[in-house]
Design a protein around this ligand. Structure first.
Ligand code: ADP
Ligand code: MG
Length: 672
């Protein structure tokens, strides 16, 4: 990726313009997503091979892959099972010992080698008597003018595709670099060259490093350039947006806010007050608000959403609040109706299965257009069903991580550039936050309301379940309620390794009798889900047996026990969200993670949850263990693809890119 002004650079030429790249080679390169000279120069080696030093064949081991070099002293192809199976074998000698290299069922390998050839092989031994490697990476050493590209140096080993030889690609990249190196210019803005090599140097070091550390130095420089391009794009998007969009005046006058806060029954936390001050400044400002509110589970984002909604409602505008599930939309609808209707605000619900707008008689009798200021609560049905939202001043999206970036964009195109507040409880590691949400201002709520009971977390093996159930019965007998979570709705595999909620439900019911249990999962009808939630909320049932559907947003303070079976099936961030369903009242809470996995690794991973309740630390651990795609969920398609950038490790580079691209007047904006 190069900045847009270099689109006309010679590097943009197609690979077919290179000498020696005909139709077949071009097709192979295209399969590697190499279309232009620039793509070729940025094709990243998979690893490097130090061909200045070799491992003696006598010193090769089973444990560590290494490069050896030898001469072929014998070779042969054996066929068996009537010719359907084969093994091709070469025997190398380097003066210290002999090495057998075998390729199974790849008879055509025969034509690449001949007795007397010198060969590099890279791999581990599978047998020591005789020394044998199966399917080693291999390359025949050829003499001639270009041999210095491949031997007696640290050689790059590239990702390949069928039919494309390593040696040919390395030669092509060498020649292309020779010819185009001077055309690789510094992008604008360029980094401090006291800290980084030039871009041209970095590209050379990437392919033909002189020291083993050069590859990483090069990667960092090229990663920085990627982050700079991304930042420039985001800044440009933001600038265009601000030039085009004028803010609706939604600062409010406190006439509803005052009585709302007075009847709330608790004081806002310091963090809530601080965030509301930032939001109020946005809602009064010249540009529509684009703000992300990150607050750990239970930090009280809903009240912040209510206060923000009141600012817009006081100003005479309508508000839309979107939740990712119907259950959560219903919960918000109930809370907001209770809070806001006494203040004379209409609260309406619109989900795929339930609409209140049509069922109530709206005064003038002709739909929402004539309603007084209204808060519409719903799922994405709010926006996809041609539902008109007149005088829309503010859109609030709860649990942003469940929506893709594209949906976010689509949403705020509705209406006249309404203000936008997105809320998420997934603590997004800073690297991801800066890249994904670089176009949003960010507020962080880093404080939980006072008076919360502690949450204790235990990881247990499945054989401890009888004691765990006894413990849960005691808690229920003392008046509390419990969630019991399984990874699946129905049995899919016959091995029975992963428990399914529909099957376990009967079992839980018996274990807990005479206490009562209810079942909740995504395949139930909406009305049934809502009914089960209502009886659970009213403590008519004591245990809710569910899938991870309950992960987002549910708020039942009397529930203090969370049992999660097959916990190894969930990501850490997701388990943290699930755990966020408890610890919401004054009682002490207990989260019990049952690890069905036998391996210690899974248990070790879960131990992070025993050690900390800090959502940011958990998210960072999850990012390291599973990568960004998993952490954010598959829907989160907005993640940029990087050739060199690494969202786990490159926080310093991302920060550097932000500083490089910051406009001079920045500072008044509260970006992270
Ligand atoms: P989340 O940030 O996870 O969405 P909620 O908004 O659901 O959290 O709030 C969790 C619980 O904390 C709710 O029962 C809410 O009424 C309560 N709460 C919110 N703010 C405060 C506060 N300042 N003091 C006491 N309780 C609060
Ligand atoms: Mg919430």
């Amino acid at each position: 990726m190069l900045p847009p002004e270099t689109k006309t650079s010679p590097l943009a030429a197609p690979i077919t313009s290179l000498w020696g790249v005909g139709g077949e080679r071009a097709a192979q390169l295209t399969r590697l997503e190499i279309h232009t000279v620039e793509d070729l120069l940025l094709h990243r080696p998979r690893r490097y091979e130090d061909r200045r030093h070799f491992r003696a064949i006598a010193d090769l081991s089973r444990d560590e892959a290494a490069t050896a070099r030898g001469t072929i002293v014998a070779q042969g192809l054996k066929r068996f099972r009537g010719g359907r199976k084969s093994v091709f074998e070469i025997v190398l000698d380097d003066g210290t010992a002999r090495l057998h290299c075998r390729w199974w069922n790849l008879p055509f390998m025969e034509k690449y080698f001949a007795v007397g050839d010198e060969v590099f092989v890279f791999g581990k031994l599978v047998e020591t008597k005789p020394r044998t490697m199966d399917h080693p990476e291999s390359e025949v050493i050829e003499g001639g003018e270009e041999s210095f590209i491949h031997i007696n140096r640290i050689a790059p080993v590239y990702p390949l595709t069928e039919g494309l030889p390593q040696r040919w690609l390395r030669g092509l990249i060498w020649r292309t670099l020779e010819r185009f190196e001077t055309q690789i210019v510094e992008p604008e803005p360029a980094p401090d060259l006291k800290l980084f090599p030039t871009r041209a140097n970095a590209v050379r070091m990437l392919h033909f490093p002189e020291a083993l550390t050069d590859g990483e130095i090069a990667r960092r420089r090229l990663a920085l350039d990627e982050f700079v391009v991304l930042q420039c794009e985001m800044r440009l998007r933001r600038k265009n947006f601000e030039a085009r969009a004028h803010a609706l005046p939604c600062g409010g006058d406190n006439r509803l806010m005052k009585p709302f806060l007075a009847q709330l029954g608790f004081q806002l936390t310091r963090a809530q007050t601080h965030v509301l001050r930032e939001i109020r400044a946005d809602m009064r400002g010249p540009h529509p608000m684009r703000r992300l509110l990150q607050g750990d589970v239970g930090s009280g984002k809903t009240v912040v959403a209510a206060c923000t909604a009141l600012m817009a409602l006081e100003s005479g505008f309508n508000v839309a609040l979107m939740a990712p599930t119907e259950i959560l939309a219903e919960q918000h609808f109930r809370n907001f109706s209770r809070w806001l209707e006494p203040l004379g605000v209409r609260v309406e619900l619109q989900t795929g299965s339930r609409k209140t707008v049509e069922t109530r008689a709206p005064g003038a009798g002709s739909g929402p257009r004539h309603l007084p200021s209204t808060l519409f609560v719903g799922t994405h049905a709010l926006f996809t069903r041609g539902f008109e939202l007149p005088r829309l001043g503010l859109v609030i999206i709860d649990e942003q991580h469940k929506f893709g970036v594209a949906q976010r964009e689509q949403l705020v195109r509705k209406g006249d550039y309404p203000h936008l507040l997105v809320m998420t409880a997934t603590p997004i590691p800073r690297t991801l936050g800066l890249t994904l949400y670089g176009d949003l201002d960010v507020s962080v709520m880093d404080e939980l309301p006072a008076g919360r009971g502690r949450v204790k977390t235990f990881v247990r093996a499945a054989d401890k379940l009888p004691q765990v159930w006894k413990f849960i019965r005691e808690k229920i007998a003392a008046g509390r309620q419990a969630y019991v979570v399984y990874p699946r709705v129905e049995e899919q595999d016959t091995t029975g390794d992963v428990k399914a909620v529909t099957r376990e439900f009967e079992n839980v019911r018996q274990v807990l009798a005479p206490f009562r249990a209810g079942l909740l999962h995504g395949r139930l009808k909406s009305a049934d889900k809502e009914k089960v939630m209502a009886v659970f909320r009213a403590n008519q049932i004591q245990a809710l047996v569910a899938t991870a559907l309950i992960e987002v947003g549910l708020d039942v303070p009397n529930a203090t026990v969370m049992l999660i079976e097959n916990a190894e099936r969930f990501g850490l961030a997701q388990l943290h969200q699930l755990r966020g369903r408890i610890g919401r009242g004054a009682h002490e809470s207990f989260c019990i993670l049952i690890s069905g996995a036998k391996n210690g690794e899974a248990r070790e991973r879960l131990a992070v949850l025993e050690e900390t309740t800090d959502g940011f630390r958990i998210a960072e651990a999850d990012l390291k263990l599973r990568g960004p795609g998993e952490l954010l969920g598959r829907q989160q398609s907005g993640l940029p693809r990087f050739r060199f950038g690494n969202l786990v490790d490159d926080l310093d580079l991302i920060r550097h890119a932000r500083v490089l691209t910051a406009p001079p007047a920045e500072g008044s904006r509260k970006n992270i």
